[in-house]
Design a protein around this ligand. Sequence first.
Ligand SMILES: [Zn+2]
Length: 289
Amino acid sequence: MLCDCCKANEARISIAGEGDFCFDCHNARIAKTYNLKILEHFAREIVVRDPSNRPHHFIITNLVMPDYSEWTAEEGSEGNTFSVFVKPEDDQADALMRLHRKVITGLQHQTLQLQDSKFTISNALQTEDGQYCINDTGCGRIEYDEITGGHHLIIDGRPVTGSDFLRMLSQYEGRNLCYQTRELSDDILEKGMILIPVRIDAETILNRIEETLSWFLDGTFLSYKRESACSSALNERLDEYELLCHYGDPETARTVGQAIIDRLLAIDNDTDEFPDYHINIIKKIMPTY
Ligand SMILES: [Zn+2]
């Protein structure tokens, strides 16, 4: 179906009572209504090579809504997909650059490793371009498989059935498999990264904030001389708080966020900015729904 507005591009979004639009026309309408600045001219296709020199063609799209702007790089229905979420008022050229970086970084970290053995490895994935073993750390997108009517994983842009996935993992027999699902727009697992368990319960987050403050406060007072070091240390604590906002219970996250704000406001200080900067960060990451 063609777009009701330009009558040239394929319609991608249906707005009840208004019509069917391509992303460009839809974005232009939203931008006009909400007085937003959108990026009209950008490369719609990029080609990036993975470490095995396989070219990957990505279609770049941008979908602007009143409360978010999503940049997506899609490599066909069974390929890699990367995404970046920003606010519509954020710098969209910067968001697009972040998406490019994510694609390049994502392709550098392959979950499957090509084996150069001449012999068939029983727990490897056999493909047209060789056999692949699976790393002990990695990721795959969970996707509906229209052919089988079930679900499979897309790992490094390849469909992998549940039984193939388990068979590859059998090389780690006897170990535990821990798992965590994440949004496509979350930071990707890069080369040299592992997943480690992190406590995000309210008590731990608040205790760590208190411990960090104890390194810099003189009683209840923060001197301007220690403000910079204290702020840097607090930023790390707020990274942990962000994990609670993202993965924990929203109600708990709001309560903890307010408790941190109250704690910071209770600190006497002779600085100009403390703790406004931190409070703004907390308000930005605190769940609002
Ligand atoms: Zn259109």
